[in-house]
Design a protein around this ligand. Structure first.
Ligand code: SF4
Length: 469
C-alpha cells in the first residue's frame, strides 16, 4: 500500500482512536509494578536466567538523571542542576551497582548492548563515561568489537567543541540526538534553545567516525507549533537525512508533570491542527523514503531497524525498538528498569533513596513484577504485534502452549472491530497488522491488555497514560 493510500481517509480513524493508553515498553506496564517486589525477587530471576539451557545475552542500560536546564515539556525522571560534583558522586554509586550486578551473572554470558539514557547522559564528560565503560569491561564478557552495540542519547547543547570527538573516541556506534523542533519560537516556548548548525556539525562528525546509526528525535504538538512551522522543521530533518527518526507526540499532562505548567495551554496547537501536523509528518517522511516502523519510529530502508522489521528480528525494550537479539536487560542507576528472565524490576526513583539502598549494600530495587503465565502470554502477543506486525497462530500456540482463538475468545469482538476499520486482518492462521494499522499499534495492543480499564480510555481529568496519537 502506498503512503497516500495509507493516509487517505485517515482523519475519522485518528479521531476515533485518539484515546489514552500505554506505550507498552513493557507488559505489564510500570503502573502494575509492586512495592512487594524486592532484591531477593530480582536475584531469584537472575539465577533462573543463568540456569536456562541457553541463557540470553545481556544488555546494560545506564540512567544518568542530570540535566543542565529544564525543558518544560519533559516527563522524564531527571534532576536539573549545575553542580557537577553531584554527577561525580553519582558515578561512585553507579560503579558500585555495576559491580554488584556482575557478581550474580555467569561470567561467560555475552554482553551485547550498552545504552546510556537520561536525563542527559552527556551531562557526564568523556572521562566520566570512560570510567563507567571501563568498569563494565572489567566485570562483563564482551564478544568481538563489532558485535557490541553502544548507544547514547545526546543533548547537542552539551557537546560543543572537542567534547563530541572525545565522546566518539569511547566507541559509541549508535547516537540519538534530541532536536524536538527547529523553530526558534517553539524552542523558546519549551525552554530548549539550540541551533541547527551545531546539529549539522555533530552529524557530520559522527558520520566521519563511522557511527552506524544516527537518530533524530522530534516532537509534534508542542506550543507555538503550526502546520507551516513544523513543515519547515521537517524540511531540515529530511535534508539532514538521519538513519532513523523518532516522531513523538507531546503529551500535555500538567496535573502529573509540574514543569508542563510552564507551558501556556493556549499556545498548544488545537486538536485539528495537531492531527494535521501528524499526518503531514507521516506523509512527508514516507515520501522522503523513510519506512514507518511503528510506535513513532521511522528508518531508512537500509538502516538495521528497517532490515530487522523486514526479516522479523525486531525487538522492543525501554529504549524503544532494537535490532539486538532478545537480551536480559540490566538497568543501572536511579529509576532504571531491569528486565531479567520473567520479571521487571525498577530501581528507586529518588536519588537519596537510591543511594540509601547501595549504602546498605543492597540492590536499589524498589518495585517490580514477576510475570504470571497470563502476563507472559499477553506480553508475547503485544510484543509480536509491535515488532513483527503479525501473529502466526500455530507458532504462537506452540511457543505458549495455548490455542490462540480460544484463549482470546473475549478479545475476538475487539479484534473484529479493528478489522472493520482496516487496522488488522485476521483469519484461521494469523492476525496481521495492516499498513494503516501500524499507525495505531498502541490501540491494537490495548485489546490484549488485561489491566487496562474502560475508565483509562477516556479519563482526561486524571489520565494514567498519554494520548495514543
Ligand atoms: S528533555 Fe532531556 S534535557 Fe530536557 S529536561 Fe528532559 S531529560 Fe533533561
Amino acid at each position: 500500500m502506498s503512503a497516500n493510500q495509507v493516509l487517505d481517509g485517515l482523519e475519522p480513524l485518528l479521531k476515533k482512536y485518539d484515546v489514552y493508553g500505554p506505550r507498552y515498553t513493557s507488559y505489564p506496564t510500570a503502573l502494575q509494578f509492586s512495592d512487594a517486589f524486592d532484591q531477593d525477587d530480582y536475584l531469584t530471576h537472575v539465577v533462573a536466567s543463568n540456569d536456562l539451557p541457553v541463557p540470553k545475552p545481556l544488555s546494560v542500560y545506564i540512567h544518568i538523571p542530570f540535566c543542565k536546564s529544564l525543558c518544560y515539556y519533559c516527563g522524564c525522571n531527571k534532576i536539573v542542576t549545575h553542580k557537577t560534583e553531584a554527577a561525580a558522586n553519582y558515578l561512585e554509586y553507579l560503579v558500585r551497582e555495576i559491580d554488584m550486578h556482575s557478581q550474580y551473572y555467569d561470567g561467560d554470558r555475552l554482553l551485547q548492548q550498552i545504552h546510556f539514557g537520561g536525563g542527559t547522559p552527556t551531562y557526564l564528560n568523556a572521562r566520566q563515561l570512560r570510567e563507567i565503560l571501563e568498569v563494565i569491561a572489567q566485570r562483563f564478557h564482551f564478544g568481538l568489537p563489532d558485535s557490541l552495540e553502544m548507544g547514547i542519547e545526546i543533548d547537542p547543547r552539551t557537546v560543543q567543541g572537542n567534547a563530541f570527538d572525545e565522546l566518539m573516541d569511547l566507541g559509541f556506534n549508535r547516537i540519538s540526538i534530541g532536536i524536538q523542533d527547529f523553530d526558534p519560537d517553539v524552542q523558546k516556548a519549551i525552554n530548549r534553545i539550540q541551533d541547527t548548525e551545531s546539529i549539522r556539525q555533530i552529524m557530520a562528525q559522527a558520520r566521519a567516525r563511522q557511527v552506524k546509526s544516527i537518530s533524530l528525535d522530534i516532537i509534534y504538538g508542542l506550543p507555538r507549533q503550526t502546520r507551516q512551522s513544523f513543515n519547515e522543521t521537517l524540511d531540515k530533518v529530511i535534508e539532514l537525512r538521519p538513519d532513523r527518526i523518532a516522531l513523538y507526540n507531546y503529551a500535555h499532562m500538567p496535573q502529573r508533570i509540574p514543569s508542563q505548567r510552564l507551558i501556556q495551554s493556549s499556545e498548544l496547537p488545537g486538536a485539528e491542527e495537531k492531527m494535521a501536523i501528524f499526518l503531514d509528518s507521516v506523509h512527508r517522511l514516507t515520501e522522503a523514503g523513510y519506512l514507518y516502523i511503528g510506535m513513532d519510529h521511522f528508518a531508512l530502508p537500509e538502516d538495521s531497524l528497517a532490515l530487522a522489521m523486514n526479516n522479523g528480528s525486531l525487538q522492543r525494550n525501554f529504549q524503544g525498538y532494537s535490532t539486538n537479539a532478545d537480551c536480559d536487560v540490566i538497568g543501572v542507576g536511579v529509576s532504571a528498569i531491569s528486565r531479567v528472565n520473567d520479571s521487571y524490576s525498577q530501581n528507586a526513583t529518588r536519588l537519596s533513596e537510591y543511594r540509601g539502598y547501595l549504602d546498605q549494600g543492597q540492590f536499589p530495587v524498589s518495585k517490580g513484577v514477576s510475570l504470571s503465565r497470563d502476563d507472559a502470554i499477553r506480553g508475547g502477543v503485544i510484543h509480536e504485534l509491535m515488532c513483527s506486525g503479525q501473529i502466526q497462530f500455530s507458532e504462537f500456540n506452540a511457543r505458549h502452549d495455548v490455542f490462540f482463538q480460544r484463549y482470546f475468545k473475549d478479545e475476538m469482538a475487539g479484534i473484529a472491530k479493528l478489522a472493520e476499520d482496516g487496522l488488522v486482518a485476521c483469519d484461521e492462521a494469523s492476525l496481521r497488522v495492516t499498513d494503516r494499522g501500524r499507525l495505531f499499534l498502541r490501540n491494537i495492543a490495548m485489546t490484549f491488555d488485561a489491566y487496562f480499564t474502560q475508565s483509562d480510555l477516556q479519563n482526561s481529568a486524571q489520565p494514567r497514560y498519554s494520548k495514543t496519537l
